[in-house]
Design a protein around this ligand. Sequence first.
Ligand SMILES: [Zn+2]
Length: 52
Amino acid sequence: MLVCARCGTPADGAPPTTWTCSVENGVRQYFCDTCSRENLRAIEGRLDSAWW
Ligand SMILES: [Zn+2]
């Protein structure tokens, strides 16, 4: 079954369009809409921290 890679929320069948799919190390991972937002913030935070 398809679940959110971060919080484990199960998707009913195909991932909803609000979910984000990202490929990390050749593994396809899905993030629910909530985690997608937090994930984007984390990515942006990582980019920001590079400037410190
Ligand atoms: Zn999630």
